[in-house]
Write a protein that binds this ligand. Structure first.
Ligand code: 6LW
Length: 544
């Protein structure tokens, strides 16, 4: 049996991995989606299960108002002497000149929490990572952002000591790497056989992405970069990557880089890394204008590779070369299957399934209830879809390019400012929304709103609905195209609107932020302030 990549499918970037005994944990970035940081667990590296979100209180994390793809970036999970440490960046200003990238740490003695209140770290840049040295000292490495024009260095990593008794950064801040040519970020430090290794993502997170490794006898440097003949380089400006997809635009795992290492109980080594699967447009869409673009709807995902240490102490992919594999040899560990993925959620439980996340604010009883009408998810309508403050919206990840999402809605809107329905969304500016509303002439009715980078239109007119019936809403996504359906019985649905491009719901097409991935979910707006409830009996996400 092989490990099938990506192991965490759909929007799961910047993976950080640890092993504690027989248990493996991966933390990934969640950006403006609440709660903060997704944790998966595995015992075999094959089967992974979502177990929790460490940042689940507003006192730990306040995302109100943050822009798309800001918020939580690149968590780093470590474990030392009975304590889990999670460091991460909360980005409050980006896509501008001066970035605000604040770094924090929370700790817990149980991976399931509770996690502490955040400790403030230093803020020279993003992607902080904590290293626990043998002598008990702790260090934080991070990249440096530079607002000057031109920037002084293109790639810069720094190191500072962190004192856990004082709960603060101490001592000097020093450059570990500062150079013109190669951009580095997402760094982690490891120690092996008296070498300190600096393991860093190179060349940015898009299709040029790669992973580099440097080493030094002293933690403060100088670090020597691993340079070997098997590393293909087109010119002197190209990074020395031990893994990259940049020369192979046709392999499944594009954008490969931003890796973290783990050693198994048996002494094998693996690295998790981010990757992206490029959208292959379906037959009907492939000659269209948009199909000329390489787009990644599923965002950046998490994959894993087997690696080996060479005799002279460098790290390489186990298969040789620099190309990540789609299927990877599994470790010599017993299989530990996880529960099958959630398909139809009947909303019969007291708590919402972990798969769902909300935008910026906690999912609480004030606007979302599983008890107000047992067996239904009740969403009280609030802000409009452009709001970065108080949206009533929950969503889960697209995990494949072809799937069907369906829900059934009991809703009696009284004015056009009340809407509820099924949404396919990247961020506040990019979505397709099949919704039920009210029209002065038609009464209860249904239509579709399309927002592409904040330009809105209705690809379908308003169609009247029967007043007292629950209505089924459905969207079928098929490799870049979407078709919506509605009706009163699952076997009697009728198409609504044209078959449309949905590839704009992707990293590449979205203008303000491009770090998350496509989501699908349920939402409700009531811009009158009356909080009109919308009741959803079930929600299904089915990969075809
Ligand atoms: C992540 C960083 C990156 O922190 O993207 O471009 C950021 N590089 O490594 C968000 O995933």
């Amino acid at each position: 049996m092989k490990i099938r990549n990506p192991i965490l499918r759909g929007f799961h970037p910047d993976p950080s991995i640890i092993r504690v005994g027989d248990d493996y944990y991966i933390a990934t970035s969640t950006f403006e989606w609440w709660p903060g940081v997704r944790l998966h667990h595995s015992k075999d590296l094959v089967n992974w299960e979502l177990i929790s979100y460490p940042l689940d209180r507003v006192s730990q994390l306040d995302l109100k108002g943050v822009g798309p793809s800001q918020g939580i970036w690149a968590p780093c999970l470590t474990y030392h002497q009975g304590t889990f440490f999670l460091v991460y960046t909360v980005v409050s200003t980006f896509y501008c000149n001066m970035h605000d990238t604040n770094n924090y740490m929370v700790t817990a003695t149980d991976i399931h929490g509770p996690w502490s209140e955040p400790i403030t770290l230093s803020n020279f840049g993003f992607d902080p990572s904590l290293f626990h040295d043998d002598d008990g000292r702790k260090y934080m490495v991070s990249m440096v952002t530079d607002h000057r024009v031109p920037q002084k260095y293109s790639g810069r990593l720094l190191l500072q000591e962190y004192d856990h008794k004082l709960k603060k950064m101490v001592g000097p801040i020093k450059d570990l790497y500062a150079a013109d040519k190669i951009y580095l970020e997402g760094a982690h430090i490891y120690k092996r056989n008296e070498w300190y290794y600096l393991f860093a993502a190179d060349s940015g997170t898009a299709e040029n992405h790669g992973q580099s490794i440097l080493r030094s006898r002293n933690i403060w440097g100088e670090y020597e970069m691993y340079k070997a003949d098997f590393m293909e380089r087109k010119d002197d400006n190209e990074a020395y990557s031990i893994m990259t997809s940049r020369h192979k635009p046709d392999i499944l795992l594009q954008k490969s880089g931003h890796a973290d290492l783990v050693e198994t109980q048996n002494g094998d080594w693996y690295m998790v890394h981010l990757c992206g699967r490029v959208l292959k447009y379906n037959e009907k869409a492939k000659d269209s204008e948009v199909a000329k673009e390489r787009r990644y709807q599923l965002g950046r995902e998490t994959a894993i590779q087997k690696v080996v240490w060479t005799d002279d102490g460098w790290l390489e992919l186990a298969q040789g070369g620099t190309t990540p594999l789609e299927e990877v040899e599994m470790p010599d560990l017993p299989l530990y299957p996880t529960a099958p993925p959630l398909v139809r959620d009947d909303f019969d439980s007291d708590t919402l399934n972990l798969e769902y996340q909300s935008l910026r604010i906690p999912m609480d009883e004030s606007y979302l209830s599983l008890s107000a009408r047992p067996g239904y998810l009740r969403l009280y309508g609030r802000s409009g879809l452009s709001s970065r403050l108080s949206q009533t919206l929950i969503a889960r990840r697209w995990t494949e390019f072809k799937f069907t999402a369906t829900t059934i809605l009991d809703y009696s809107p009284e004015v056009f400012k009340q809407l509820a329905g099924l949404i396919f969304i990247y961020d506040t500016e990019n979505y397709l929304y099949l919704h039920v509303t009210h029209d002065e002439d038609l009464g209860k009715c249904i239509s579709i709103i399309r927002s592409i980078n904040g330009t809105w239109d209705y690809p379908e007119k308003f169609i009247p609905l029967e007043t007292d019936k629950e209505v089924i809403l459905q969207g079928k996504v098929d490799y870049g195209l979407i078709q919506f359906y509605y009706g009163y019985g699952e076997d009697k649905l009728q198409a609504i609107g044209p078959e449309m491009d949905c590839s704009f719901i992707s990293d590449e097409a979205c203008k303000e932020g491009w770090f998350t991935g496509a989501m699908v979910g349920l939402c409700s707006q009531d811009m009158t302030g009356d909080r009109k409830p919308a009741d959803f009996d079930w929600f299904e996400y089915k990969v075809d």
